[in-house]
Structure formats: structure tokens, C-alpha cells
Design a protein around this ligand. Structure first.
Ligand code: HEM
Length: 563
């Protein structure tokens, strides 16, 4: 449904819904108002950085008044790529071809959308280069003449021979970045973007004292995302950009991401295949895989159908998206030690198998990507690697072992608290509610593999984790809602047999304190046992947010140039 001209606040439904339906029993010190979570007493610290990504491209730019003097889009002049700059694990949805996009009912303008937004988590190497602007006049001039032609579009990323030779380049601006460049950031219509993530640490449950100082102020004006198959290529493109922009920018922070080596490619640092479940975007995804939910592009792209603020976005923001970046440190040796210390089902499984089962139930998938709901007792690598089957389930009905079993109140197959159930309840809620909170994830691991010394001591000494990226057209409905209302709510999914499900065992936090998570042990199924909850005390957070940033991509670049 197109809601042209709507003046509804982009986040009004989400916050009102949250205020009405969600209150976490272990978050009593936080109260919800329709538009903001307020802390009466210290809740949990937050650390999120909001960035807006601005993309602009041929057609949009050409259609914009005054755009005729913009430089042409970059053509491939140094030959063509023969090797993709992306990885392609069989478990993940494949990207469509440009022809397949064109064959959809109402194709999106893939020349006007920055490459990273719809492509998802397929990068081999990716650098996040955060900068501030010192000289707005020079920066804007160079942006228009030399950076714009470097920006990689969605069309370009879809085929190897149209991908850039060196590195794909995307850019996004923070609210303070836009203001520095003379753009009214409030005109975009997203209060969380304007507020900035450091002001929302309470809401999302972060401890701000853990944040990298680069993210704590308002000094970051923008971020370049550089992706390629080698770090040398990325460094070459970064040197090119730095030489173009000279002293008009200053580096604030950089984070180098890389797919893990060998057979771990596509797996995050705890060892689980990541990037499997992504929503299908109407006008882009083709074919739609079994189990993928199709949603309108406006859930992710500003100004498109189902963008809650569709009618009132500035024209230059259309086809942009809000990027939320989070530097999430993962304590891998500590996570592994926790699994070793708490093997499940020791009657029938070896301790190693019992530990593996616990990890799988905390995530909701085995390391291969096979969902525990479909394969509850052991990993099934063939299922995990089969993109036509590994996402084809919901949490309500299982055909085995008891056909027609109602799983709404039963977590034998998958705990209510499992990470993937917390962030996508697949039938636990009405689809009209669930489907508003989809994000496109485009993250990548950062940091080296666990060293022998770390494994031996079960203690992290080297920083590694996930450079988390999500895209959404409304920051509250997307990232903030998932993190604050679903992940960190002890009672969510609400209305189950257990009112204290617990926070997400992977990324939920109760301010660093112990977390009682129910349903992790299938040997105590509900409703057959007195203690049907199978509660386990996950005593330490294994993911530590080190900073968050939000920005806008796509149309906004054009906004920067034209103001
Ligand atoms: C270090 C932190 C994290 C780790 C290790 C992690 C790991 C995973 C893994 C292994 C999966 C299953 C594979 C897949 O479908 O992609 C997954 C799914 C998912 N994660 Fe995370 N994740 C992390 C942080 C987050 C955060 C911060 C959010 C959002 C606020 C999030 C949202 C999601 C969503 C929406 C899914 C798909 C669920 C589904 O549709 O079934 N994750 N994650």
C-alpha cells in the first residue's frame, strides 16, 4: 500500500506498539513512552551509532534538477574482473542477476541504490573507514567531481564483470555529518538518526564505558565502506580516496573486516554460518526461496512502498537507507568454555556432542546453518548447506515426531530464547507485526582467529568479533526495536508458557549480570516436568558492544552535493 503524503511519524507505530505490548520483567527500571525509552534508574548501557547512507546514481541524479553537470558513473576501463569480490557459500541466498531483477513485477531502480544495501552478507574483505570533515567546501566539491563516480551501485555488484576492479565503494553520512555539510538532517524524518546512538545507550542496553571513544561523541561525519577480495585492493582504493579528499577529512576510526579462512568462510567467530535468513525484497529478490518472507522495499529503502514515511522524504533521500553499524566484540574462548562446562543430555550424548547441542540451541541453528527446529538432536550439514530447505520453517507446527504438534507452548525443538527466534519469531506473533521489523544484515567478521594461547587459557586477549551492519528505512522499527524490545526483553516472545524466557543468550545483556535463560535443555520439556523451563545461568556476556553508529546512504549523497 502506497502511503504518499502520509505525515505519520516514521516510528510512531513501533513505539506505540512497544509501549502497549512490551515490558520486560527484568527491565523494570526502564519505562516506555510512545517515542522513547526513559531510564528512571540505570537500566543497561547502550552503545549504538546511527549512520545514514547516501547513494545516488545515474538515473536519480539525471532526474534531479541541476544534476546535468555531475560526472558520469565510473565505467570499467582497466579491464574486467574475472573473480568476484564477494564470497558465495551455498547456505546463503544467491544474489539475483540484473535480468532477474528486471523480470520482477515492479523492479527497483538498481542504478540508484548503493551496492551494500540489498546485497547482504557476502563480502570477502571489507574496510569501514570513519571520518570527520574539516573543510566542507572542498569535501563537497571533491565528492561531486571525483568520489561520486567511484560509488558502486547495486547493478554493478550483481555480476562479476561489472564489479569494480579494485574495490566496491559505498558511503554514508551521520546526522552531524549532514549538518556539517549544510544539509538539514531533520528533513529526513528519523528521530533516532538525528539523536545519534550514543544518546540511546540506555535504550539498547549497552554499557557506554565499553565503547571505543571514536563512537562516543558526535565526531564521526561519515563512513566509507570498501569491499574487495584482497586487503591490498582495499588499501589501494582507500589511498585513492584519501588522495582525492586530502586534508578535507580526518580519519576517526577504521575497522578491517574479513571472511574467516578456509571452510569457516561465511561463519561468524563463534563458528556458526551467518547470513542465511534474509527477507525477500519485492522488486529485487528473484527467485524467492522457500521460507523467505517477501516484504515491500520501503521497509529498507526510503521513499519506496511501505516506508512508513514514504510521502514526506526529501527527494534526495529516496532509495537511500539507514545504516546501523555496531562493533561487537565476541569472547570466543569464553563462549567455548561455557559450552564445555554445560553439556546437555549427557545420558545419550558425548560431552562434546552435548556442548555442541547447547551452542546450537542458544543460536537456533547448528554451526552448518541447519535450524534446530528442523534437526533438533544433531547437526545436518546437508540441510545447512541447502538454501532451498535451510530457511523453510516456522515455530508453530512440526511434522515430526508428533504430526501436528502445537509448538507454540513447547520449546523442545527450539528454545523461545534462541537468538534467531528472538530476532525473528516466525509465527510466534501475527505477521502484520513481525514483518515491520525486518532488517537486511550486511555484517562481516573482524579480527584474527583464536590463538592457541587464548584457547588454552579460555581467555580473550585479541580483539575479534562482528562488524554488524543492518539496513532499514526506520531506525527504531529496525535495529532499535529488535535490540531493545525483543532481544533484551526477558519476557519475549510474550504469552508463552514461560513468562520469563530470558534475554537472547548470544547478544542479550542485563548490564553484564547473570542471565537466566529458559528452554535451553530439551531434557526438561514443557509442559511435562515440574521445572519445565530448563533454565541455565549464562553468567557472562559473550558479545560486548564497543560502539554503534548510524548513517544514511544513497539519495543523501545527492543531498550533500546539491545543498
Ligand atoms: C556478535 C553478534 C551476533 C552473532 C554472533 C550473530 C549470529 C547469528 C547467526 C549465527 C544467525 C543464524 C544464521 C542466519 O540466519 O544468518 C543469525 C541470524 C540473525 N541475526 Fe544475528 N548475530 C549477532 C548479532 C545480531 C544483532 C545485533 C542483530 C539485530 C539487532 C541480529 C539479528 C539477526 C537476525 C534478524 C537474524 C535472522 C533470523 C531469522 O530470520 O531466522 N544479530 N545471527
Amino acid at each position: 500500500m502506497v502511503r504518499a503524503g502520509s505525515d505519520r511519524r516514521p516510528d510512531s507505530h513501533g513505539r506505540a506498539y512497544a509501549a502497549k505490548h512490551y515490558k520486560s520483567p527484568q527491565s523494570k527500571s526502564c519505562t516506555l513512552t510512545p517515542f522513547r525509552l526513559h531510564s528512571k534508574m540505570p537500566c543497561k548501557a547502550i552503545s549504538t551509532l546511527l549512520v545514514v547512507f547516501l547513494l545516488f546514481a545515474g538515473q536519480f541524479v539525471a532526474a534531479h534538477p541541476g544534476a546535468n553537470d555531475l560526472p558520469p558513473r565510473r565505467r570499467v576501463t582497466q579491464g574486467q574482473r574475472t573473480k568476484s569480490l564477494l564470497i558465495n557459500p551455498p547456505a546463503l541466498p544467491q544474489l539475483p542477476t540484473a535480468d532477474a531483477v528486471a523480470a520482477t513485477d515492479d523492479p527497483l531502480n538498481i542504478d540508484n541504490i548503493q551496492a551494500d544495501i540489498l546485497a547482504g552478507m557476502h563480502k570477502d574483505k571489507e574496510l569501514f573507514f570513519f571520518f570527520s570533515v574539516n573543510d566542507a567546501t572542498t569535501f563537497k566539491s571533491k565528492l561531486k567531481s571525483d568520489i561520486l563516480p567511484l560509488i558502486t551501485t547495486t547493478r554493478q555488484i550483481l555480476a562479476v564483470n561489472t564489479q569494480p576492479i579494485t574495490a566496491a565503494v559505498n558511503i554514508a553520512f551521520s546526522s552531524t555529518g549532514l549538518v556539517t555539510l549544510g544539509v538539514d538532517s531533520t528533513a529526513i524524518g528519523d528521530s533516532d538518526f538525528v539523536a545519534g546512538q550514543f544518546s540511546e545507550t540506555d535504550t539498547i542496553g549497552d554499557n557506554p564505558s565499553l565503547w571505543n571513544s571514536a563512537f562516543t561523541g558526535t565526531g564521526i561525519h561519515g563512513v566509507f565502506l570498501l569491499a574487495s577480495d584482497t586487503i591490498d585492493n582495499i588499501n589501494t582504493e582507500l589511498a585513492n580516496i584519501q588522495s582525492i579528499l586530502g586534508s578535507s577529512i580526518t580519519e576517526i576510526h577504521r575497522l578491517q573486516g574479513a571472511a574467516r579462512p578456509g571452510s569457516e568462510s561465511g561463519h561468524e567467530h563463534f563458528g556458526f554460518m551467518d547470513g542465511i535468513a534474509q527477507p525477500a525484497v519485492n522488486g529485487f529478490t528473484n527467485p524467492v526461496l522457500p521460507g523467505q518472507t517477501s516484504v515491500n522495499a520501503g521497509v529498507f529503502l526510503l521513499g519506496e512502498q511501505d516506508d512508513p514515511n514514504q510521502g514526506s522524504r526529501p527527494s534526495w533521500a529516496v532509495d537511500g537507507s539507514f545504516l546501523v553499524f555496531r562493533q561487537l566484540q565476541q569472547l570466543v574462548p569464553e563462549f567455548n568454555q561455557f559450552l564445555t562446562d554445560h553439556p546437555l543430555d549427557t545420558d545419550t550424548l558425548t560431552p562434546e556432542q552435548g556442548s555442541e547441542l547447547l551452542g546450537a540451541r542458544m543460536v537456533g541453528r547448528w554451526k552448518s546453518g541447519a535450524p534446530v527446529f528442523l534437526s533438533p538432536t544433531a547437526d545436518d550439514p546437508e540441510l545447512g548447506a541447502d538454501r532451498n530447505r535451510n530457511n523453510d520453517f516456522n515455530y508453530l507446527i512440526a511434522s515430526d515426531p508428533a504430526p501436528g504438534t502445537e509448538n507454540h507452548f513447547n520449546q523442545t525443538r527450539c528454545p523461545f530464547s534462541a537468538h534467531i527466534r528472538k530476532v525473528h519469531p516466525r509465527g510466534d506473533l501475527d505477521p502484520s507485526v513481525e514483518n515491520q521489523h525486518f532488517i537486511i544484515r550486511s555484517s562481516i567478521p573482524y579480527g584474527p582467529e583464536v590463538t592457541n594461547a587464548e584457547a588454552a587459557s579460555s581467555t580473550t586477549s585479541v580483539d575479534r568479533g562482528l562488524a554488524f551492519v543492518s539496513y532499514q528505512s526506520n531506525i527504531f522499527n529496525g535495529f532499535v526495536f529488535l535490540q531493545s524490545i525483543w532481544i533484551n526483553s526477558v519476557g519475549f516472545p510474550f504469552g508463552k508458557v514461560d513468562p520469563t524466557v530470558g534475554v537472547d543468550p548470544i547478544i542479550g545483556s542485563l548490564g553484564g549480570g547473570p542471565k537466566n535463560i529458559s528452554g535451553l535443555d530439551p531434557a526438561v520439556p514443557c509442559p511435562d516436568a515440574d521445572n519445565c523451563m530448563g533454565q541455565l545461568d549464562v553468567s557472562h556476556d559473550v558479545v560486548l558492544p564497543r560502539g554503534t553508529y548510524a548513517s544514511i546512504t544513497s539519495g543523501p549523497i545527492w543531498g550533500v552535493i546539491s545543498y
